[in-house]
Design a protein around this ligand. Structure first.
Ligand code: XMP
Length: 521
């Protein structure tokens, strides 16, 4: 169903790039709604039904120099719609429109500089002919000959057609990646495409989304009852407040307190929702039961299964106590529903069993309410601000459902949970004091089942090792290690060892994802 908010929309055709989601985020940031669809699901009929104002062809790992690699449907270039090709998207556009692409000996990966050789609508207000600008390249193919009607507007030494334009057809393409931050002006180029080329307005805002979402929730729920599992994380908090604005006391939130939360977290959740927002909240403290069942368990998958199973049992029992519900609200986000292109083929292996309320809707005969299904995480945060949620909730680092249980490798020792909580709180306190919290996707302490010898004062110590983890990421799928200064790490290490009894050594985890995962278990 289309309406104002979704009227001006962009279709992103996914050829399997690692960063396709970033294209969508840049388009959304320009105030325009967009969706990502895999290239093999895009047909002329699908495009007509979707009715976009323009199309973006993403990058991808394939080479157009092979006959069987992905293509856009040829009709897509005959629909009188603007098209913007990025990297592989440029190569397939050129190849499909009659130009020549070859596999280059000179592959370009990483930072590069483009010379702007001509004016172009994509560059308006940012780049001028004769200037030189930094971009991010990642390609092996090279364009040797442009199709009819195209001109080059930017070049690099190894990519003579780094940006090309066919103004009559409104076809534009770049060899580099404008969607990544390493192309500092890239967002502006994408915004020029959505607004100046495609003529989209800027209707996609979280304020407009909020109003529409509230109406949709009312239409879906009617006078039904909704239950929502609150975890203290950003997504479930935003869902709860949004639903409460939409349907008031038809909503009940259930907070299953498994005793594996961080320092003061359970109190903060209860205070905010029950006392401040006056949202009907069932606070079920089942920490003893959870920790009883987990004590001594060391297998990571077993920990997750025990927690997931108990969580569902408690949630279901509480839902029944309040007389049941017709709907279950969930904080499903857009990245969870995008059907992304997999070039490895076959179902992907389960790395970790994520803990959620899976299976519950069927068991309890409830329908799902998922008001955040169209949003990226940063949009959820904006929506949270729009709803008046405090920054301390909206800006929170993600926290896994199984909580501290998966930050204590080896056997769960209840008496050690507080040691871990204290170390974690000091680490986050120092990160906040240094003004680094918002730069980091996730930071936390892990208590290792390893004891080492130390010396404090004149005495020998034999205590646990604590590992610190901090990563930057855009979606949690890949992550880079946060580069703290040695001074910062030294300060945190001193404080933890001095203030937390039971830890005498700190190590910093410098593993990116892949090959590591963000959590240790
Ligand atoms: P990994 O460790 O797989 O984590 O690299 C990626 C992101 O997911 C979070 N995570 C979870 N979130 N339930 C959740 O709600 C879980 O069981 C779970 N396990 C990991 C993790 O904190 C990171 O943000």
């Amino acid at each position: 169903m289309k309406n104002e908010l979704h009227a001006d929309r962009i279709l992103i055709v996914d050829f399997g790039s690692q960063v396709t989601q970033l294209i969508a985020r840049r388009v959304r940031e320009s105030g325009v709604y967009c969706e990502i669809h895999p290239f093999n699901a895009v047909t002329a009929d699908m495009v007509r039904a979707f009715d976009p104002k323009g199309i973006i062809l993403s990058g991808g790992p394939a080479t157009v120099t092979e006959a069987t690699t992905p293509r856009a449907p040829d009709e897509l270039f005959e629909m009188n719609l603007p098209v913007f090709g990025i990297c592989y998207g440029e190569q397939t556009m050129v190849s499909q429109l009659g130009g020549a692409v070859t596999l280059s000996d000179e592959r370009e990966f990483g930072r590069a500089h483009v010379d702007i050789t001509d004016d172009c609508v994509l560059f308006e207000g940012v780049w001028k002919s004769g200037e030189n600008h930094q971009v991010w390249m990642s390609h092996g193919d090279r364009i040797d000959q442009l199709p009819n009607g195209f001109r080059a507007v930017a070049t690099t030494e190894s990519a003579p057609f780094a940006a090309i334009a066919n103004d009559d057809k409104q076809f534009y393409a770049v060899q580099f990646h404008p969607e990544v931050v390493h192309t500092p002006d890239g967002a502006k180029l994408i915004s020029n495409f959505t607004h100046k080329v495609c003529g989209c307005g800027g209707d996609w805002t979280m304020s407009a989304f909020k109003d529409e979402a509230i109406q949709k929730i009312r239409d879906q729920v009617g006078s039904g009852r909704v239950i929502c599992g609150l975890s203290g994380g950003v997504d479930s908090s935003v869902v709860a407040v949004l639903l409460h604005e939409a349907i008031g006391d038809q909503l009940t939130c259930v907070f299953v307190d498994h005793g594996l939360m961080r320092m003061n977290e359970a109190d903060e959740v209860v205070t905010l929702f029950k006392d401040h927002y006056k949202i009907p909240l069932v606070h079920k403290d089942v920490s003893e039961m959870f920790i009883g069942k987990l004590t001594g368990v060391s297998d990571p998958e077993k920990k997750r299964k025990i927690i997931g199973g108990l969580f569902i049992d408690v949630f279901e029992a509480e839902a029944k106590k309040i007389g049941g519900a017709d709907f279950l609200a969930q904080g499903t986000l857009y990245p969870d529903v995008i059907e992304s292109v997999s070039f490895t083929g076959g179902p992907s292996v389960t790395i970790k069993s994520h803990h959620n309320v899976g299976g519950l809707p069927e068991r309890m005969n409830m329908q799902l309410v998922e008001p955040l299904r169209e949003l990226f995480k940063d949009e959820v945060r904006d929506l949270g601000r729009e709803l008046g949620l405090p920054d301390s909730f909206v800006g929170r680092h993600p926290f896994p459902g199984p909580g501290l249980a998966i930050r204590m490798p080896g056997a769960i020792q209840p008496e050690k949970l507080d040691v871990l909580r204290k170390a974690d709180a000091i680490y986050l306190d120092e990160i906040r004091k240094a003004g680094l919290y918002d730069e980091i996707w996730q930071a936390f302490a892990v208590l290792l089942p390893v004891q080492t010898v130390g010396v404090m004062g004149d005495a020998r110590t034999y205590d646990n090792v604590c590992a610190l983890r901090a990563v930057t990421s855009t979606d949690g799928m890949t992550a880079d290690v946060y580069p703290f200064t040695p001074e910062f790490l030294g300060r945190v290490s001193n404080r933890i060892i001095n203030e937390v009894q039971g830890i005498n050594r700190i190590v910093y985890d410098c593993t990116s994802k892949p090959p590591g995962t963000i959590e240790w278990e």
